[in-house]
Ligand binder design. Structure first.
Ligand code: GLC
Length: 778
């Protein structure tokens, strides 16, 4: 069964059947005002914070699936109701199509000659969303129709909404005045949700129980069945926004109705907020602005390669997903319910890597905010909640180190060294320091928090949240953090060189060498590197172990950190492939743990082959791709990229189940009976790292302090590729040729005809043409 296809030119994914194996969603808006919409209009919205400022409700993992949403009921003269988005009425449509585009979704349904097309989007910078419906028909006589729109409001605090019902149900209040329905809580402290219609309605409903009726659902509301709205108000309970319209559409004509939903400080602010979107021309202009914004963002890096799937991902869907993960970290999706996770420190640091080239000021702001969650001793809160700013959870051994990678990448991309002097307060009241000192404290913290082998302690966990090795009698240690620290130290060496801090260059270089030597002494297991040691000194990720013999991450990071000598780099990556590769991705570790073991931790709560217990944790695959690219093996790097690229699943969506246009976080591994099934799509570190792996390691165009480094590592059969990129506000048109059919190695680089070592930093607005020839130096 196929459910859709890519329309590359339009940068849309077109879904052709509504009954996708899971809801295939899109994100609307940005981190100021956001929402999720599925291919059948299920989903919800939030104003900057899905935990404290949830505007529309959603019932996760419920039956019927994917409810509620932004719905429209159409009632024909025959008395039959249907929904152009298929759900929630779910009667079969004569035609259905959903187009997920960049920041918008268009869903069209046709029945009995009537066609209704809904366009859903958040105008750039607005704290509201627009649902524009166009209804037309192909019948020879005038068509009489009734429509009811429907949305279910949330009393803002999403946690209380689920757990404290006698409070949230007593405080809700919804009423209608003219073309607007208002919803708020008795305290009115959060403001006022509104839903407005551009066309004078024949009626309204504000109370869910009145509109839906007892023991019914969104599928068969009593108001729609009776053919008119009830004029209900919500004095408590569950507020909804439903407008009732009656239409007569002459042959060959169509009608348009726009609903605008959002949040205002108070009732009196609503008219001003909605005015700009009530005029069709202004609305069209806002939609055009949204499209232009995305064209501009995606235009910052475009490629032409011999591989259509890599090109599709790099030109459109991967950078689009990167922006989404940057906006919401792992906070709000169909898997993370927007209550628990906040903005993760490590996640968010990694997310900046995928957007620094298009969102310089937002990344700068995010880095400052993240470093404000660092403690004066160097480690950091694991996450924070954007609305209250409150930090949460400590004890992770890696969070702070990602800040070094994120900040140095940001400076290489943008040239903004001034950020290093920006003062930021520590989260524990331990004073304030410039960013440079924050980064130095991050590496110092890890250098000072070592275990019995001299390797960094694991703490509660490292990158692997679910590997919680027992810390008794001594602290457990993490080889992965050891290598991550090596990478962070190398970055600090380069940074210190760049800003002329010679004593730091020497100090960090010495620490890097010492840690790398130590890891090579104590963590080499013969054919690969260990994962760490439990508190009782027993190794994890060793050939001595029956389960958990080898973990992928320490191998990839041994290479990425340049801590491993070449023969070991080659050997450990070879072992990882031999023992962990599958046709849809490399498994995180193996063999999986057969049963729960508290001394290993949360990963053993999963059955073998799931998530961190031997699943394909897709996030880690780009690291392996980078490692193979660094080793010059373009064939393998590309093969591994293609095996995780989501469009590869277009052929088998009923088993993979999640969206084929974005990366998912996890796929069940070989030992699992449902091997190959994907979950947790959209919000995953896979997005930014796959983008880095594809653009900086396979295509090999990497920002550095002094310009763009060119170091492709491609399949030898490629004859070349092109990449156009903005860098520090100048444009680079790069053509890479591969006449000798090699994988890697650059014979010459010319900029506008002149030979160079790397592409220099140009003046703002300048353009250059670069030609790169791969092969041996002559
Ligand atoms: C999830 C978390 C991420 C963590 C990973 C592995 O993706 O968001 O922070 O590194 O799981 O446990």
């Amino acid at each position: 069964m196929t459910y859709g296809y890519f329309e590359s030119q339009a940068r849309e994914f077109v879904i052709t059947r509504p009954d996708t194996p899971t809801p295939w969603i899109n994100y609307l808006g940005d981190h100021t005002y956001g929402g999720i919409i599925s291919n059948t209009a299920g989903g919800y919205s939030f104003d900057g914070d899905p935990k404290y400022r949830r505007l529309l409700r959603y019932r996760y993992n419920s039956l019927p699936a994917d409810r509620p949403g932004r719905y429209l009921y159409i009632l024909g003269e025959d008395g039959q109701a249907w929904s152009p988005t298929w759900a929630p009425v779910c009667v079969p449509l004569d035609r259905y199509e959903c187009r997920h585009g960049l920041g918008y979704t268009v869903i069209e349904g046709c029945k009995n000659g009537v066609s209704a097309q809904g366009t859903f989007f958040v105008p750039p910078g607005a704290r509201l969303e627009v649902w524009r419906w166009r209804i037309s028909h192909s019948r020879p006589e005038p068509v009489r129709l009734k429509t009811f729109c429907y949305a279910e409001f949330c009393p803002y605090d999403a946690d209380n909404d689920l757990t404290n019902l006698d409070w949230t149900q007593q405080i809700a209040n919804a009423w209608a005045k003219g073309n607007v329905i208002y919803y708020t809580t008795h305290m009115r402290t959060t403001g006022c949700t509104f839903l407005c219609t551009s066309a004078g309605p024949s009626g309204f409903d504000c109370d869910r129980e009145s509109f839906v009726g007892r023991y019914r659902s969104e599928q068969n509301p009593i108001a729609v069945e009776r053919g008119h709205s009830l004029g209900s108000l919500a004095h408590r309970g569950n507020g909804i926004g439903s407008f009732f319209h009656e239409w007569v559409i002459p042959p060959g004509e169509s009608v348009e109705v726009v609903f605008v939903m959002g949040i205002a400080d108070g009732e009196e602010d609503v008219p001003n907020r909605i005015a700009p979107y009530c005029d069709p021309a202004a609305l069209e202009a806002a939609f055009g602005e949204l499209k232009a914004q995305w064209q501009d963002r995606l235009g910052a890096l475009t490629v032409q390669t011999p591989d259509p799937i890599l090109s599709e991902m790099v030109n459109t869907w991967n950078p689009y997903q990167c922006m989404t993960t940057f906006n919401w970290a792992r906070f709000v999706s169909l898997y993370e319910c927007g209550i628990r996770r906040g903005i993760g420190f490590r996640d968010s640091c990694q997310d900046t890597l995928g957007v620094a080239h298009v969102a310089q000021s937002a990344v700068r702001e995010r880095l400052l905010r993240l470093l404000g969650n660092q403690f004066s001793r160097g480690d950091a809160y694991h996450q924070y909640f954007p609305f209250t700013g409150e930090g949460d959870k400590t004890g992770y051994s890696d969070d702070h180190l990602w800040a070094v990678l994120a900040t140095t990448h940001y400076i290489k991309e943008t040239g903004d060294v001034d950020v290093l002097a920006e003062p930021v307060k520590y989260a524990d009241g331990g004073g304030s320091d410039p960013i440079y000192a924050h980064l130095a404290r991050a590496v110092e913290y890890s250098l000072n928090t070592l275990g019995p082998h001299g390797v960094p302690r694991l703490g509660f966990a490292d990158w692997n949240d679910a590997l919680n090795l027992s810390n008794e009698p001594a602290p457990a240690e993490s080889v992965l953090v050891g290598f991550l620290l090596c990478k962070a130290l190398r970055e600090m060496v380069q940074l210190a060189e760049h800003v002329g801090r010679q004593p730091d260059v020497e100090r960090f270089e010495h620490e890097h060498r010492t840690m790398a030597d130590l890891l090579n002494q104590v963590a080499w297991d013969g054919d690969w590197y260990l994962r760490g040691w439990k508190g009782d000194g027993s190794p994890v990720g060793s050939r001595e172990n029956d389960a958990g013999r080898i973990f992928l991450n320490p191998q990839s990071w041994a290479v990425i950190s340049s801590a491993a000598p070449l023969p070991r780099s080659q050997a450990c990556m070879k072992s990882a492939l031999e023992l962990l590769d599958t046709p849809v991705g490399i498994m995180l570790m193996g063999p999986p743990y057969p049963k729960y073991d508290a001394s290993i931790g949360g990963c053993t709560t999963y059955p073998p082959g799931a998530k961190e217990n031997g699943g394909i944790f897709v996030h880690t695959n780009p690291w392996a791709i980078m490692a193979f690219a660094m080793l010059g093996d373009g064939e393998t790097a590309f093969r591994l990229y293609r095996q995780i690229a989501p469009p590869g699943h277009l052929e088998n969506p009923d088993h993979f189940q999640v969206e084929p246009y974005v990366f998912c976080q996890n796929i069940l591994g070989l030992p699992h009976p449902l091997y190959g099934l994907g979950r947790n799509s959209w919000l995953t570190g896979t997005a930014s790292w796959a983008y880095v792996a594809a653009t900086q390691y396979i295509l090999g165009v990497r920002p550095d302090y002094g310009g763009l480094v060119i170091s492709p590592c491609i399949p030898p059969q490629w004859l070349g590729f092109k990449i156009r990129r903005r860098f520090r506000e100048a444009w680079y048109d790069i053509e890479v040729r591969n006449p000798d059919r090699v994988s890697s190695g650059v014979r010459e680089i010319r900029v506008d005809g002149r030979p160079v070592e790397r592409l220099p930093v140009l003046r703002k607005g300048d353009e250059c043409r670069a030609t790169v020839v791969l092969g041996q130096h002559k």
